[in-house]
Design a protein around this ligand. Structure first.
Ligand code: DLL
Length: 437
């Protein structure tokens, strides 16, 4: 396969040269950080008084971690390094608890971000002849405007459709010959279900690729979307604190996400020791933003679980790849003492053909015990009136899950299209157990 590069020199830079470049960028990031109220104090305490205190990449470990709580405490301007007049835009993460996290961008920051987005999109084999339908929320969420800017930079025809309204999405796809989609994986699955329900034929469309991200999903879910929509699906990772999408992205090899190391310095740390984990070992991803002036964030604990693939990628890019995010340090459920990540359940059920495109995990207290219920829709080919068949299917799902997660769940089957759908990030877990205080 011939691979295309947006910035060939930078994407294939030998690693030694990449390290040298990263040291320069890290110094710049520290210089910016020293201008913010938060880091001025934090870095001085750690003995980092000037950018010249950073001499090699190892020196990054002199910098303390930054957490979500630090960002909240610094709300709204504790992390800003430029005068207000130089700020061109802000984005904010929804933040289900407490104050939202707000990120600021100068005009140059926006240009740099758009470039990383363009690089990501181009790495998947898209180009200016593509028609791009951006089916994700615009506004304070970074997914809409982030992808929008990158796709324009590539020169694609951009349809800023936003999330929701599946009927209008189909019309747009058909009328304008959309070739590339962007959405959360759960919304892509929903779109496919609705298409079938409303009798839209894929033959009327010219779809060839989709970018799916903003929430965790399994390899089986990717495969399912690819098979149902007859397209290639690329995993896209990012977070507001690191600009938004465009932090790490799959190339055409679809085997791990390249972390753009000339914009983001990544570390995987062991959750117990907080020391660097060896390549290949799963730990928490910590990222330092090397490409933003207005809101510098150093050594941010993302809470996302991943690992580095040490081997070089066949595409020729030298930027290391991350394993798809398997969960977050804070989404682990403990059910009667057994640890469980929601992704383990998704992995099992999405590989079963009879299971539909949507599911929900419910955890409740029953007496002194925890009770796990997995609600899944059945696939469109399963006959809803056949009670015997449904019971057999329920039993099959229960047994397969139990063998895989060592917990005996209750399984509930729901009719195709009947479980609640979110246009943005899917809410997969309802945990109604009383919280310990
Ligand atoms: O979700 C940015 C984004 C927009 C990424 C569009 C990709 C596409 P936040 O709302 O701040 O930003 O949420 C960031 O979402 O820490 C992960 O836990 C999760 N996440 C994002 N992408 C992926 C992915 C955007 N590909 C949080 N796989 C992150 C798994 C993901 N989880």
């Amino acid at each position: 396969m011939r691979y295309q590069y947006w910035n060939e020199r930078m994407e294939t830079l030998p690693r030694e040269q990449l390290f040298t470049h990263q040291v320069e960028l890290l110094k710049w990031a520290v210089e910016n950080a020293l201008r913010t109220p938060f880091y001025k104090e934090r870095l001085k305490k750690a003995g980092v008084n000037t950018p010249d205190d950073i001499k090699s990449l190892d020196d990054i470990r002199r910098i303390p971690f930054t957490t979500k709580y630090d960002l909240r405490d610094g709300f709204p301007y504790g992390f800003v390094s430029v005068p207000k007049d130089d700020i061109a835009r802000l984005h904010a993460s929804s933040g289900t608890t407490g104050a939202p996290t707000t990120i600021y961008y100068t005009k140059d920051d926006l240009t740099r971000w758009a470039n990383f987005m363009a690089r990501s999109i181009y790495a998947t084999g898209c180009n200016k002849s593509d028609v791009f339908q951006n089916m994700i929320t615009y506004g304070l969420f970074t997914g809409g405007l982030g992808f929008h800017a990158g796709a324009e930079e590539v020169g694609m025809l951009v349809i800023p459709s936003g999330a929701g309204n599946t009927a209008r999405q189909f019309r747009l796809m058909r009328d304008f010959g959309t070739t590339v989609l962007h959405a959360t994986p759960s919304f892509l699955l929903h779109v496919e279900s609705k298409m079938r329900e409303e009798g839209f034929s894929l033959n009327e469309l010219r779809l060839r690729k989709a970018f799916a991200g903003a929430e965790p999903y399994s390899e089986d879910t990717r495969r399912r979307i690819e098979e149902l929509l007859h397209i290639d699906v690329y995993n896209s990772y990012g977070l507001s604190e690191m600009n938004g999408p465009g932090v790490a992205f799959e190339c055409q090899c679809k085997n791990g996400l390249h972390l753009w190391e000339d914009g983001y310095f990544g570390e995987i740390i062991n959750l117990d020791t907080l020391e660097p984990a060896p390549d290949g070992e799963v730990g928490e991803l910590v990222i330092t933003c090397l490409c933003r002036e207005a809101s510098p964030i150093l050594r941010y604990r993302t809470r996302d679980l991943s690992a580095f693939y040490p081997e070089p990628c066949a595409c020729g890019r030298t930027h290391r790849r991350l394993h798809r995010i398997t969960g977050r340090t804070d989404d682990m459920l403990i059910i009667n003492g057994v640890n469980l990540f929601p992704s383990q359940i998704e992995e099992v059920i999405m590989s079963m053909k009879e299971v539909g495109n949507n599911y929900l995990i419910v955890v409740e207290k029953e007496g002194v015990l925890d009770r796990l219920t997995v609600k899944t829709e059945v696939g469109p080919d399963v006959f809803w009136d056949d009670a015997r068949l449904l019971n057999a299917l329920k039993e099959k799902i229960r047994k397969t899950l139990q063998a895989s997660i060592s917990i005996n769940p209750r399984v509930e089957l729901h009719e195709n299209g009947s479980l609640p759908v979110s246009e943005g990030k899917a809410k997969r877990v309802i945990d109604s157990r009383p919280k310990d205080v």
